[in-house]
Design a protein around this ligand. Structure first.
Ligand code: HEC
Ligand code: HEC
Ligand code: HEC
Ligand code: HEC
Ligand code: HEC
Ligand code: HEC
Ligand code: HEC
Length: 402
């Protein structure tokens, strides 16, 4: 097959707007981020007191970084290091990432050809010798902790020169080939366009721009803004302050007094609803999926745990008290939680000995298996096309198939 000429590199960023969107995976609604931020950030508090003497804190708290938390919250810091949240966004220079790709090749068959990878001190590069000659294409960032998808930020050569807005000038190319944890080898990135590549760009992957591109980075980092082809102010991964808000003020107070004022989750306005908004901002809320999906609830939605949980009777009938952290320590990876520990969470409610209180009446007990095996029958891990079988359906229910 004929080579796509080097000159076609000028067209490298013309690609079809297909991919994850078709699967509805990135069908994003409006995030309720500002609302949530107001709840966790102490900033609003200082704004409220602005009629009193202005202070140097008027600019609001700033990020201090997770190393600072180690000083006083050693255990949470240790746990978080092993959580998937600590490795959601890495440079391809990271040895863990490089190791997955270096020296490997992936035969995507016609019409895409064979991808070969090499690493040097500049990072990770891919070549497609039979289609793109010897030209190396640089892959910059790896998203994901088990499975890894590579992205690069590139100038958008198609942009309209009259409106040089930075986000118009940049596109993120999501690479065609990923490290697939469930297969333990390189494989095709879910949601990539399969038709014959019309441009050189489609050989390497598909392009994201505008809001989708920004959100892709937003959900995988603590701070950072795409400006041109750089990420300015990048703090990679989902760290402490992504969830708790900027902590400089908390740290300052904690250093000057034994009992610092309530911060973030310790504040009175922090409730179950705030927490669902927090986790759902990234793990997806019902607002992030289409109405059709919401009605039909295809298996694919197992990937979006808050969507399932919100329709569970466990949530609906427990006065909104059931939240993510009822079953997950937000700092501890699920890999470190045993099946038995998970069952204890269920039994904490579904047990005859659970006392009734004003808000929670006595709950039903399983007539089939009252003490064990709850997860496999009521919230099993489902096999999702191209995404492995690692997603537990958080719509907890009596299933026809069990
Ligand atoms: C800023 C976005 C973001 C927020 C907020 C967020 N997550 Fe995550 N979470 C992710 C990403 C991205 C991954 C995928 C990690 C990976 O594999 O790279 C993940 C993975 C996970 C995992 C599986 C990985 C593991 O090691 O256990 C759990 C469980 C989880 N999140 C729970 C939560 C809970 C509970 C909350 C709310 C308290 C939350 N997340 C808030 C982005 C987020
Ligand atoms: C709305 C927030 C959000 C956006 C936008 C988003 N992600 Fe994620 N991503 C998550 C969460 C949450 C997880 C963990 C649950 C899951 O795997 O679905 C995740 C998981 C992943 C994983 C799998 C990690 C693993 O260990 O298996 C990869 C790879 C990934 N994202 C890449 C991307 C890329 C590439 C983009 C942009 C094109 C993107 N994500 C956009 C929130 C997001
Ligand atoms: C994914 C979001 C998320 C991340 C990341 C996160 N936390 Fe938390 N954290 C929470 C939530 C939610 C709670 C409330 C838990 C509850 O109500 O049981 C919490 C509770 C806490 C608490 C009070 C309860 C306790 O466990 O002592 C401390 C202290 C804390 N976090 C510190 C940290 C530190 C330090 C880091 C980083 C090393 C961190 N958190 C990272 C979401 C997060
Ligand atoms: C100098 C010590 C110190 C440092 C540094 C520190 N904290 Fe704290 N933090 C405390 C103390 C003391 C409390 C009060 C509750 C307690 O005893 O754990 C607290 C409480 C919290 C709580 C629980 C909410 C509350 O008001 O009870 C969270 C969440 C938290 N810290 C997050 C963080 C994060 C995130 C960082 C790093 C960015 C951090 N802290 C750095 C001392 C510190
Ligand atoms: C916060 C308490 C709470 C927790 C934790 C909880 N549930 Fe529930 N669950 C309920 C309530 C309330 C109902 C409504 C029926 C009742 O009162 O028992 C319910 C209903 C159910 C039902 C019947 C659903 C239906 O559609 O009729 C099943 C099955 C179930 N739970 C399984 C589980 C499993 C499995 C777990 C653990 C993964 C779990 N629950 C954790 C409170 C809880
Ligand atoms: C009633 C208990 C329960 C609640 C509530 C709950 N989870 Fe889970 N979650 C589980 C269990 C059980 C697993 C499977 C753990 C394992 O494989 O070790 C799981 C797994 C996960 C995973 C890993 C991927 C997957 O789907 O298997 C993520 C991410 C996750 N939960 C996020 C959340 C978020 C976000 C919330 C809040 C909206 C939440 N969970 C609420 C019990 C719960
Ligand atoms: C072998 C599969 C299996 C296991 C294991 C299992 N269940 Fe069930 N469960 C069922 C089935 C099937 C039903 C429906 C029974 C019926 O309608 O007669 C059910 C019903 C329930 C109900 C609804 C009861 C009612 O009266 O409405 C709850 C709550 C429940 N299970 C919780 C649990 C919990 C908690 C565990 C773990 C301690 C568990 N189940 C383990 C299969 C299972």
């Amino acid at each position: 097959m004929k080579r796509i000429p080097i000159a076609a590199a000028a067209l490298i960023l013309v690609a079809l707007g297909l991919g994850l969107l078709d699967l509805g995976l990135l069908d994003l609604g409006t995030p309720d981020r500002e609302r949530f931020r107001g709840m966790v950030s102490p900033r609003l508090q200082s704004d409220k007191s602005s009629d009193t003497a202005p202070t140097i804190q008027a600019a609001g708290p700033t990020y201090v970084g997770r190393q600072t938390c180690l000083e006083c919250h050693r255990e949470n810091h240790r746990l978080h290091s092993h959580h998937g949240h600590a490795t959601t966004f890495r440079s391809t220079k990271d040895p863990e990432v490089a190791r997955r790709f270096a020296g490997k090749s992936y035969d995507a068959g016609e019409p895409f050809g064979t991808y070969t990878y090499h690493v040097d001190d500049q990072g990770l590069f891919v070549r497609i010798p039979d289609k793109f000659g010897d030209r190396p294409f640089r892959l910059e960032y790896a998203l994901g902790h088990r499975s890894m998808t590579l992205i690069s930020l590139l100038p958008d050569l198609q942009s309209d020169q009259d409106t040089p807005r930075s986000d118009r000038d940049t596109v993120a190319l999501e690479h065609r080939v990923s490290w697939m944890a469930s297969e333990g080898q390189l494989g095709k990135t879910p949601g990539q366009h399969d038709g014959p590549p019309q441009t050189a760009a489609e050989l390497f992957g598909h392009r994201h721009e505008g809001r989708i591109m920004h959100r892709c980075v937003y959900c995988h980092v603590t701070t950072g803004e795409i400006v041109g082809q750089q990420i300015v102010g990048l703090t990679p991964n989902v760290n402490c302050e992504k969830c708790h808000g900027s902590a400089s003020e908390h740290v300052r107070q904690a250093r000057t007094m034994k009992t610092p004022p309530p911060f973030s989750v310790g504040r009175v306005d922090w409730d179950a609803e705030s927490e669902l908004q927090l986790c759902g901002d990234c793990h997806r809320m019902p607002r992030d999926i289409t109405r059709k999906q919401l009605r039909e609830y295809p298996d694919l939605l197992a990937r979006f745990q808050p969507v399932g949980l919100l329709r569970s009777e466990c949530f609906v009938q427990s006065g909104g008290s059931l939240k993510c952290t009822t079953c997950h320590n937000p700092h501890q990876s699920i890999d470190e939680t045993t099946e038995t520990e998970h069952e204890q969470n269920c039994i904490a409610c579904h047990d005859e000995t659970t006392p009734s209180t004003e808000t929670s009446r006595k709950h039903t007990v399983c007539p089939v298996s009252p003490t064990t095996g709850c997860i496999a029958c009521h919230m099993p891990a489902l096999k999702l096309d191209g995404l492995g079988d690692g997603f537990h359906d958080h719509w907890i229910r009596v299933r026809d198939d069990k």
